[in-house]
Design a binder for this molecule. Structure first.
Ligand code: C2O
Ligand code: CU
Length: 450
């Protein structure tokens, strides 16, 4: 059964536009038509019976209240990826809340400080729970959205299925843990086989792309088109054309694109995913209708978004730390506890151990922190910090062109990056690789802000 996520939304308080948006999420076993056509349906775990879960939508400044009722056979939580929530609402089992046991409920409630493209997923055994389909988009609209003809969300998932369409186990396969993570063999867009993107000549679309895969990195090429990036990880960025015409999104990362469809009526183009040369393939077609162009040249409407209320790092008084990511195949795994393959500054930790772990960093509330992230491994890692957003300052010691705000930064093999943020949200915050098998395999730490 599909449950509508929204119970109600009502005006609240004196500010007319600030509302309480109430929704309900029920994680449960379900079936979904992941494969094309007449093929068999796939047994999945789903929020409200659908993969991905429902798109939750609210407006910046609203409060979101989500009641979660766990109908799985195992405990779960929900993490609101990229949202700067109070610590108790962050959905990390044993650290910010007790796991929601089967049959139990938990109510999350928080204010939406930032507009943008976010998503939600379990933080309890997320490698299996998210890998079986538990994830969904959370869209926070601007008070004055930019003008476009249409807006769309693409939530990308990656499945490892057999011929019959069933999910192939095991999760946490030792090979996946020590290599690139669980990369699948079937990609879906919004839970379905990628369908053609049907457009009208001249139209402008805002496309919100979310990489909800466990491990797959996407490199999307919109052949014949020049998308502009206007936000990364939900945070506005100075609009710029996608570098090298390839949008690279690691697990958990998001991009908001503005695309002007300037092809001729009746024409066709292709979107390819070319991140892994060996796995390069067409994702879908862009198909123009025969209708006459909506307009003859791209509209003049501005595409820059207004900044979110993030606090600018104070670089002069910053505290600096070096964080080294190590381990994995072709790396140093010596001295790590059994089953662990990765470490952050020499320490391997994961939620699987079932006990809280010692903070990697202790930060004073309000202080600026600059982290030099060193990927001392042969593998890429999308590194995510909870509760905060950070500015990307540099990569391999070269200043970042856009100094973008992010919540997840993709470190390529042997790459370094420098990030800065103001530790303005008190609590214990997870800091981990978002390749979920790496996270399970020890690439996780905790940053304490007090
Ligand atoms: Cu998307 Cu620690 O999470
Ligand atoms: Cu990793």
């Amino acid at each position: 059964m599909t449950v509508s996520p929204f119970l109600k939304s009502c005006a609240m308080g004196t500010r007319e536009e600030s509302r309480l948006v109430v929704a309900r999420l029920v994680p449960e076993p379900a079936t979904a038509q992941v494969l094309a056509g007449e093929r068999a349906a796939t047994g999945v775990w789903a929020y409200n019976g659908s993969v991905p879960g429902p798109v939750l939508r609210a407006r910046q400044g609203d409060r979101l209240r989500v009641e979660v009722e766990n109908r799985l056979d195992e405990a779960t939580t929900v993490h609101w990826h990229g949202i700067r929530v109070p610590n108790a609402m962050d959905g990390v089992p044993l650290i910010t809340q007790p796991p929601i046991e089967p049959g139990e409920r938990f109510v999350y409630e928080f204010a939406l400080l930032d507009a943008g493209t976010y998503w939600y997923h379990p933080h309890q055994r997320s490698h299996e729970q998210s890998g079986r389909g538990l994830n969904g988009a959370l869209i926070v609209e601007e008070h004055e959205p930019i003008r476009v003809d249409r807006e769309m969300v693409w939530l990308l998932q990656d499945w490892r299925l057999d011929q019959q369409g069933e999910i192939v186990g095991p999760f946490r396969d030792p090979f996946d843990v020590t290599h690139a993570g669980r990369i699948g063999n079937v990609i879906t867009v919004n839970g379905r086989p990628p369908a053609p993107l049907r457009v009208r000549a001249g139209e402008r679309i805002r496309l919100r792309i979310i990489n909800a895969a466990n491990a797959r990195i996407f490199g999307l090429e919109f052949r014949g088109h020049r998308p502009n990036t206007i936000a990364l990880d939900g945070q506005p960025v100075a609009p710029h054309e996608v570098p090298g015409d390839k949008l690279v999104l690691g697990p958990a990362m998001r991009a908001d694109l503005v695309i002007d469809f300037q092809g001729l009526p009746g024409s066709r183009f292709e979107v390819h995913d070319t991140f892994y040369p060996r796995l390069s393939r067409k994702l879908l077609d862009i198909v123009y209708s025969d209708d006459p162009p909506l307009r003859s040249s791209p509209p003049e409407w501005p595409i820059a978004l207004r900044a979110n209320p993030t606090t600018e790092p104070d670089m002069k008084r910053a505290q600096r730390h070096e964080i080294v990511f190590s381990g994995g195949m072709m790396g140093n795994m010596r001295g790590l506890p059994r089953g662990m393959a990765w470490a952050i500054n020499g320490q391997a930790a994961s939620c699987a151990t079932g006990r809280p772990f010692d903070p990697l960093l202790w930060l004073k509330r309000g202080e600026t922190c600059v982290l030099r992230l060193v990927n001392d491994t042969a593998w890429p890692h999308p590194i995510h910090l909870h509760g905060h957003v950070f500015r990307l300052l540099a990569r391999n010691d070269r200043p970042a062109l856009h100094r973008e705000w992010l919540d997840t930064v993709l470190l390529h093999a042997r790459e370094t990056a420098e990030i800065a943020f103001v530790a303005d949200n008190p609590g214990d915050w997870m800091f981990h690789c978002h390749v979920l098998e790496h996270q399970e395999g020890g690439m996780m730490a905790c940053v304490r802000v007090a």
